[in-house]
Write a protein that binds this ligand. Structure first.
Ligand code: NAD
Length: 494
């Protein structure tokens, strides 16, 4: 059944969400959680869209039972058969693309045009991992002169995939593909703030995947924690904040030895040298803020470091460009930035701006809650300058539409400032000098660096962070292989 007829109006989708019977894929059956019903809120209007019951402890235990029971048969199908089923799932999801785009727009407040791109990206990544099935190979090693020594990549069994709110469908789709192709069963836990597209994904998957291979559980931190602590879950893949990432490492270690990968936050620097292509740089500085996600993007280059001789020009032009970013309801034509996800995130972002100003930063653009959009959790696209590199606003991840611009004099100083934060996710270098570009890129403590670009993710190129930004690499062969563990088999010939 379709959620709504397309083309749809926001009113129609909101009403369809409200009338829909939302269920979770718990192993072999679609059912409601047995926990308390919690409201799902539209961040653009603060209205309750619907209420959905969370999974209880018993629900989660039953889900892991089924995932565990299904694991051996799923692994035994072999990589090509699994990849074919993942491709089938991608095809089935693609047929519902417009439903998914609308769901994320309403549920997460993200612009419809951007969500259409997100849906395409999530499905493309699923297919990319299916295409990598041939890479699930082992080695033959010269361990002894007469023996035969081979390795095989083995799945972990049950993988818990815990994801955040900022790319609801894209993460749900793309982050289940690698563990499934690698031969694991998966329990997906979307953010309790934005579960709708993942729940619909579960419904579509119920028609395609063998029973128990994928489950989608709806709930908050307790549900995530239970998955982490379940002894049958040996591999946990988490995307979210560093605080929760660290608590997951700790919780996992309290019950056993677990393979944990963490995609966490960032406070990323874009370094603009004085020979940069200024027009390209200005456009990139704005693009790098990911305003379409209201700055709620781990890879946002939210610190713009500009060499002093071009500082004034770049600062003023970036401020002018940000002032033109159009804010509004995320389903309206031409809107570039919608609301933040929640009151908590809105207050948090506004708190950062207020404290930065109290500490002496100068506000160039934005800085508050737009009065004409008081119906939702909006924060204006904001540009600040005049802070010191060690100020809170230059050190902490705001996860909001707030850009800090700072000057530097030398290459050495730029790198020192860029690396002065606890995070290390992305970085961007703008210069026409290839030597300087490469020197800087390699000196940056960051997992993903652009030269003369920002924000773009390229298929197959490993994405992930260093320092507080995480462990592990995704979107690549490295991700696929991270869902396997090597078994060595030694044949001793006599
Ligand atoms: P969050 O850490 O609050 O929540 C993420 C998920 O973890 C949610 O599903 C939540 O329910 C669950 N969770 C919360 N407490 C838990 C616990 N104790 N045990 C298990 N699960 C628990 O993050 P968020 O606010 O949803 O997302 C924002 C953060 O995510 C930012 O820091 C952002 O930088 C980061 N992020 C990183 C990447 C990346 O690829 N590096 C991508 C997107 C977002």
């Amino acid at each position: 059944m379709s959620l709504a007829e397309h083309p749809a109006t926001p009113e129609e989708v909101i009403s369809a969400i409200n009338n829909y019977h939302w269920q979770q894929l718990h192993g072999s059956e679609l059912r409601e959680g047995r926990g308390e019903a919690a409201p799902i809120i539209n961040p653009s209007t603060k209205d309750v869209l619907t209420t959905i019951a969370w999974a209880t402890r018993d629900d989660v235990t039953a889900v892991v039972n089924e995932a565990s029971d299904a694991a051996a048969a799923w692994a035994a199908r072999g990589p090509y058969a699994r990849a074919a089923i993942v491709r089938e799932l991608a095809d089935a999801l693609e047929k519902r693309a417009e439903d998914f785009a609308w769901l994320d727009t309403i549920d997460a407040g993200l612009p419809l045009w951007m969500m259409r791109i997100d849906i395409v990206t999530g499905i493309a990544r699923m297919r990319m991992f299916a295409d990598m099935a041939h890479a699930l190979t082992g080695q033959s090693l010269p361990g002894s002169p007469q023996g035969l020594h081979v390795t095989t990549p083995e799945p972990f069994g049950v993988v818990a995939r815990i994801i955040p709110f900022n790319h609801p469908f894209m993460f749900a789709a793309s982050k289940i593909a690698a563990p499934l192709v690698a031969g694991n069963t998966v329990v997906l836990k979307p953010s309790e703030l934005t579960p709708l597209s993942a729940l619909l994904l579960g419904e579509v998957a119920a028609e395609v995947l063998p029973s128990g291979v994928l489950s989608v559980v709806h709930g908050g931190p307790d549900v995530g924690d239970q998955l982490v602590r379940d002894k049958r879950v040996h591999r946990i893949a988490f995307t979210g904040s560093h605080g929760v990432g660290r608590s997951i490492q700790q919780a996992g270690a309290e019950v056993g030895v677990k393979s944990v990968s963490l995609e966490l936050g960032g406070k990323n620097a874009l370094i603009a040298y004085d020979d940069a292509d200024i027009d390209g740089l200005i456009a990139s500085a704005v693009k790098g803020m990911n305003f379409a996600f209201a700055g709620q993007s781990c890879g946002s280059t939210s610190r713009l470091l500009v060499q002093r001789s071009i500082f004034t020009e770049v600062r003023d032009r970036v401020a002018e460009a940000v002032a033109r970013v159009r804010q509004g309801l995320p389903w309206e034509e031409g809107v570039q930035i919608g609301p933040m996800i929640s009151q908590r995130q809105q207050e948090r972002a506004l708190g950062f701006i207020e404290r930065a100003r109290e500490a002496g930063a100068e506000l160039l653009v934005g800085g508050s809650h737009p009065t004409e959009l008081s119906s939702g959790w909006y924060v204006e696209p904001t540009v600040l300058t005049g802070m010191t590199p060690d100020a809170e606003i230059a050190q902490e991840e705001v996860f909001g539409p707030v850009l800090s611009i700072m000057p530097f004099d030398s290459e050495e100083e730029a790198i020192t400032i860029a690396n002065s934060v606890d995070y290390g996710l992305t970085g961007s270098v703008w210069t026409q000098d290839i030597d300087r570009a490469f020197r800087t890129a390699r000196a940056l403590e960051a997992g993903y660096v652009w030269i003369n670009d920002t924000s773009t993710h390229f298929p197959g190129v490993p994405f992930g962070g260093v320092k507080l930004s995480g462990i592990g690499r995704e979107e690549s062969l490295e991700e696929l292989l991270s869902y396997t563990q090597t078994r060595a088999i030694n044949v001793v010939l006599r």
